[in-house]
Design a protein around this ligand. Sequence first.
Ligand code: COI
Length: 360
Amino acid sequence: MKVENIRIELTDQPNDKPDWNNLQFGRTFTDHMFVMDYTPENGWHDARIIPYGDLPMSPASSVLHYGQTVFEGLKAYRDREGNVSMFRPDQNMKRMNDSNERLCMPAFDGDFVIEAMKVLIDVDRDWVPDVEGTALYIRPVLFATSPNLGVDPSANYRMIIMMSPVGAYYEGGINPVKIAVESHYVRAVKGGTGAAKTAGNYASSLKAQQEAEKKGYEQVLWLDGREHRYVEEVGAMNVFFKIDGEIVTPELNGSILPGVTRRSVIELLQHWGEPVVERRLAMQEIYDAAQEGKLEEAFGTGTAAVISPIGELYWNEEQMVINEGKIGSLSQKIYDTITGIQSGEVEDPFGWRVDVPKRG
Ligand code: COI
């Protein structure tokens, strides 16, 4: 497929833009969306940009019954001059195809979809907010459409890319979040789908999150599914701890989502010459470090959450307050640098920003 062949149908009923200063995460959508379909006979075809809206589908679509679907999240930013760019979209395309593979779904051409996203963003360029801390969140989703109640991989699929102007993921912005360590429910096990960005991982996390919220915690920190000993990730974020000068994040073991922001933070820390390691990390080690005054900082990373400092952990009926519940200097420096690179305020030595050109 060629980007020149994408059919574009513009809306004649554009929506009013929301107040960029009061954006809630993922509640308003831009005027257009990208759609393409897959059949075994034609492969991916009929790439189109059409007005955002409902699409008819069969009640027997296998995604509704067996959850064969994957998604991504990435962002576009507006710089001071008004130019728009995306952050590392190649990483999202690669991960989405890895997720597809795990869910028996057809691969797509990531380079083509990046080009299609550039056109889509350009069509809805006015929807890229220009207030500090805001961005245009891009949500590709790919799902099974064959009307078939048999438990088999679907034959047909659809990919949609929708977009939503967003502010901070958490209501408190960059204020530290409180996280409950989950000792009962599990998110993923080795050999499961934990490394894929698929709906079921999120559906099965809701119960634990609801229970944590009732106790006053924003999200849960998942432990490994077998022993409930090793730290994996937080609800919508990967997680880092600074322990006695060393920055540790759980290694990718097959049940952890390989986050794009996670990878970027590791590369940034390496670039700065900071000691960063990916390894197995027991919750007991974090607890002991907190007791000994060596748990210096903790933060989550994610496209939606960006860098989110963790001010408190709750584990086995005990509270661990981290850095007096305040944002630590390393978390702040990483936040400033990552968001600075994304918004064009800080030089990008890595080539992470990808320009979204204006169509001629
Ligand atoms: C993201 O950070 O983009 C995510 O997908 C996390 C969440 C909103 C599901």
